[in-house]
Design a binder for this molecule. Structure first.
Ligand SMILES: [Zn+2]
Length: 630
């Protein structure tokens, strides 16, 4: 991962902020006249002023002779002016000396005359008395400038001198071959940069993951890395973590505070090696490769409608483009796509997943994944492939889902992290989808509760079922679609369309039983009209019907004939005929086969769910029950 970060650094060159710099809010500036060296201390008011200044991320602990780590030309008053804190005069004078030493080292490198003035001012008695008179405290940040409009920090020469100074401070005296660029150089012993994520920070060398092991943990001498490579990797990584569209928040632990579980915080970062816009391949695609990942990784919240994931349609279309024959074939072929999942933990960051694929396989794999996942919306209006967080959201118990605390982002438990990993691998690398997801989805789907009165809650439950069915469909049909792909685009396209909605020709008993249950419910609905039912036979019988059809369908069928069909026949004959025909068709096909199955296994239960869901969507569409955005 580190070498990939370095390789792609050029792509982000113009966007990256200055290296070894950071933002700090300053309280005072000491303005020095470049002509005669006179100075004045200007306060920045209560809120202070934010400046982008030379910083190092590794300052911590009690300052001592070998742990000073002063910043350059802008620091807390204890460092910059020697103002003592609780630690006393001695400590303040020690770190102030360090600050001056750093200043002199820049001066030596740049021969910047104005720095000489700063040095003189720092040594003057007049400064000390003014600092006292104003009451500057040890923790106040103090900046310097010799021009009212410009600070030292914006100067390229100063920035370079700072990096050279840092480098000298952080490297070992011996040279070795850098494990990233392969060039011999002095090796870093400490990394002066921190990666910050959600308030946690640590240097890249203490990430704990397989991909870093070869580069060693904290002992960088054993796995040598040069100043430049480590700096570049750190900066590119931080940039990606903080910048749209290169990240997606997969999950967030809303229970902030100490002792909780920061591992529940997961951020995905992703980028392509070279900057190529999908718009180059097809003008109708308006977003970048990175933005398109939102369709896969970003959580969706159900507001007034069930929305398809943002950009999903464009993503699926992009993956079908015959890029091989385009002018950009070369650029696609040589390009790569990278994805990392990072969580913060107490004192370090955890790299949970690292994927590297060529852009060509990305297009094949992601397309197949999205097509296998895609399913008709519960109102039969649109198809969609739910993003991964929506699948995890759906795996939560209904009670949590409709609880008062409305956190609409999934919190993956430990056992789910394999499923998460499996989904990511399936999506990006083309591995088989995680089989464990099937059982989880089937079990969650089985729970039907009385329909909530609040529309938003109802949509939430419907969105949940849609995500669960999509997950089941992915597991069941991914291999089938993969196979179809080898038979050409036309056959593949037909298969995709057939599977994402009701398959009227589908003859499996499990699938037909699911359809039949949806039909019996519809008959109940039609019978009750114009009254609306908020509880149907599904709530009571779905569990048994989907696991042991034989035991329950006989009763359900005779109930429908006796209780509902008679009335329907009298009052609305056309509807009656329509229902009766469908009833005969479906139950006939089951009986002409092997009859109602005694029990269904997990896969068959998933097929049952698919048949039920798709048939129900058809009825909802007929009744004009709209849940998706028009
Ligand atoms: Zn290097």
């Amino acid at each position: 991962m580190l070498s990939v970060l370095c390789e792609t650094a050029n792509r982000f060159k113009s966007q990256l902020p200055r290296r070894s710099y950071g933002k700090v809010t300053f309280n005072y500036v000491i303005e020095i006249s470049p002509d005669n060296g006179s100075f004045q201390i200007l306060p920045f008011g209560r809120t202070g002023i934010e400046l982008f200044v030379p910083l190092r991320g590794d300052r911590s602990g009690t300052p001592s002779d070998d742990n000073m780590k002063p910043y350059f030309l802008g620091d807390k008053a204890m460092y910059s002016l020697g103002v003592p804190d609780k630690g006393g005069e001695e400590r303040a004078s020690l770190v102030h000396k360090g600050f001056i030493k750093a200043l002199l080292s820049v001066y030596k490198q740049t021969r910047n005359k104005e720095l000489k003035h700063v040095y003189k001012v720092l040594k003057s008695k007049d400064l000390k008395s003014q600092v006292k008179a104003i009451g500057i405290r040890a923790g106040d940040w103090v900046a310097f400038r010799t021009d009212p409009k410009k600070y030292f920090y914006d100067d390229d020469g100063i920035a370079e001198a700072w990096e050279r100074y840092l480098r000298n401070q952080c490297v070992l005296s011996e040279e070795a071959e850098c494990c990233i660029c392969g060039k011999p150089d002095k090796i870093l012993k400490i990394l002066p940069w921190q990666i910050t994520l959600m308030g946690y920070s640590c240097p890249i060398s203490s990430f704990n993951a397989d991909s870093f092991e070869s580069y060693g943990q904290s002992q960088t001498a054993n796995s040598p890395i040069c100043f430049n490579c480590a700096g570049t990797a750190s900066h590119v990584l931080q940039y990606l973590i903080d910048t749209e569209p290169y990240y997606a928040v997969l999950s967030k632990d809303d229970a902030k505070g100490e002792g909780k579980t920061p591992l529940k915080n997961q951020r995905a970062i992703f980028w392509t090696k070279a900057d190529i816009g999908p718009g180059d391949l097809d003008k109708t695609i308006t977003v970048s490769f990175e933005e398109l990942q939102k369709a896969i990784l970003e959580p969706q919240s159900v507001e007034d409608y069930i929305p398809p994931p943002q950009h999903e349609e464009q993503l699926r279309r992009l993956c079908r483009l015959p890029w091989n024959t385009s002018n950009f074939a070369h650029e696609i072929k040589d390009n790569g796509f990278f994805l990392a999942i990072i969580s913060p933990n107490k004192s370090r960051l955890v790299l949970r997943e690292w994927l590297e694929v060529s852009l060509a396989s990305f297009m094949t794999n992601v397309g197949l994944y999205a097509d296998a996942l895609s399913i008709i919306s519960p109102d039969g209006q649109k198809t969609w492939s739910p993003p991964i967080p929506a699948i995890f959201e759906a795996l939560k118990p209904v009670k949590t889902l409709l609880g008062k605390k409305d956190d609409d982002i999934f919190l993956p438990e430990k056992q789910d992290s394999n499923i998460l990993r499996g989904l990511l691998r399936c999506c990006y690398t083309g591995a088989s989808p995680p089989a464990a997801l099937l059982e989880r989805a089937v079990l969650c789907f089985r729970v039907f509760e009385k329909e909530p009165d609040v529309r938003k809650q109802k949509l939430k439950l419907e969105g949940r079922r849609m995500a669960l069915v999509a997950a089941m469909k992915l597991i069941l049909f991914y291999p089938v679609l993969k196979e179809a792909k080898t038979k050409g685009e036309e056959i593949y396209g037909e298969e995709v369309r057939r599977m994402e909605q009701l398959d009227e020709k589908g003859g499996k008993a499990s699938y037909l039983c699911g359809r039949l249950l949806a039909l019996l419910e519809e008959i109940q609905h039609q019978h009750a009209l114009p009254k609306k039912l908020n509880a149907t036979l599904v709530d009571r019988f779905y569990g048994t019907a989907s696991t042991a059809p034989q035991s329950v369908f006989g009763t359900l069928l005779s109930m429908a004939t006796k209780a509902h069909m008679g009335k329907l026949r009298k009052e609305r004959f056309t509807k009656y005929e329509e229902m009766e025909m469908l009833l005969e068709d479906i139950s006939g096909r089951i009986l002409n086969g092997y009859g109602f199955p005694r029990i269904l296994n997990m896969r068959e239960q998933a097929e049952f769910a698919l048949g039920f869901y798709a048939q129900r969507a058809v009825f909802r569409k007929q009744r004009g029950e709209i849940m998706t955005k028009p």
